[in-house]
Design a protein around this ligand. Structure first.
Ligand SMILES: [Zn+2]
Length: 132
């Protein structure tokens, strides 16, 4: 019981840290894109770092707080660009490249982290798979 309560407290602390991080980075990158952001949710997503709904709501995984900042920015910019292009078309990737010309290597680094993360981190991340 003690551990479960502590885990819950840690989760909520990480979630609030993720919320602050996501809002700060969204605000920063949206100075460039100037897209209409609707609601932003921070969730314990099982298989994604983030997602964008057709209504224009953005969802982010609280586990972003465990990523290096350049990879957080990649996920943020990726979802932000879905507000402009709701697909993974060449136009979408052009929009990403406007702010992150190195997006391919960032995407690769994200995949590498998922594969190579140590056991302890793997238990936090669970089995992440994504479309990045
Ligand atoms: Zn996407």
């Amino acid at each position: 019981m003690f551990f479960r309560r502590r885990d819950r407290r840690q989760y909520l602390a990480h979630k609030e840290a993720a919320r602050a991080l996501v809002h700060a980075r969204l605000a920063q990158h949206n100075q460039y894109y100037q897209l209409p952001i609707r609601k932003v949710f921070i969730k314990n997503l099982k298989s994604r770092w983030g997602s964008c709904s057709e209504r224009g709501n953005l969802n982010f995984n609280y586990k972003l707080v465990f990523l290096p900042s350049e990879l957080v920015d990649y996920v943020i910019v990726h979802e932000l660009c879905h507000l402009r292009e709701f697909n993974h078309s060449p136009k979408f990737w052009c929009a990403v490249a406007e702010v992150l010309p190195n997006h391919r290597s960032l995407r690769q680094a994200l995949r590498t982290i998922e594969r190579r993360r140590p056991v302890v981190v793997r238990s936090i991340f669970g089995s992440l798979m994504n479309d990045y």
